[in-house]
Design a protein around this ligand. Sequence first.
Ligand SMILES: C[S@@+](CC[C@H](N)C(=O)[O-])C[C@H]1O[C@@H](n2cnc3c(N)ncnc32)[C@H](O)[C@@H]1O
Length: 210
Amino acid sequence: MISQPNKRIMVKGRSDVIQDFGEWDHFGSNETFFEFTESWFRECCRVLKSSGWMYIFFDRKKVGYFDLFLAKKYDMKSKTVFAWLKSNPCPSIRKSNWLSASEFVWVGCKHRGRIRNFLSHKEMYNYIITPNKAAYGETIHPAEKPRKVIERFIRAGSDVGDVVLDPFMGSGTTAVVCKSLNRKYIGFESNPQFYKIALDRIAKTKTETQ
Ligand SMILES: C[S@@+](CC[C@H](N)C(=O)[O-])C[C@H]1O[C@@H](n2cnc3c(N)ncnc32)[C@H](O)[C@@H]1O
């Protein structure tokens, strides 16, 4: 069954804005989450080139899991936690909690790792300030990421002609950015509706001339 993206419901005593954006994030237990996450992390480490970089958007409640457990176990170097700061967070009428105005990305690599493609000092900041999907959304995918954020990672972490793997492609943002920046891409998406959305977006994307 395909979920109804961004459906907002008012429930007495609950937050006025739903922060839960995807059914794929529902795991029966922490054990199931850890097992699943480790299985794809292990495979990504296996296929990552020695000069390659890994970027993982993660749930704030799992902060530490990548550094303290997975990176150590699979001999990956943890390089930073990158923050996407949202300039237009969903408001909360009740003012009862901090707004969800940020998302975090674990950044790691094999061996020592060195980013060769930084052009300016500003590009090296481990944060970016850009609005949430309400401002840039191109599709109905509830977790579509901003091109600007994905572009920052792909420009810094790969060269023209390199292959980028996104095992959770969603609306295809990674592939769209790769195509426009002359990178090759491989992606997986289990939901047929999102898969089709991604294919349509990719087909409409033009490659930038260098
Ligand atoms: C956070 S979203 C990715 C959003 C994407 N970065 C974008 O910009 O649209 C995660 C996606 O992973 C997909 N997914 C979840 N489990 C999967 C699996 N085992 N194999 C492939 N795709 C999966 C979900 O259907 C969802 O579209």
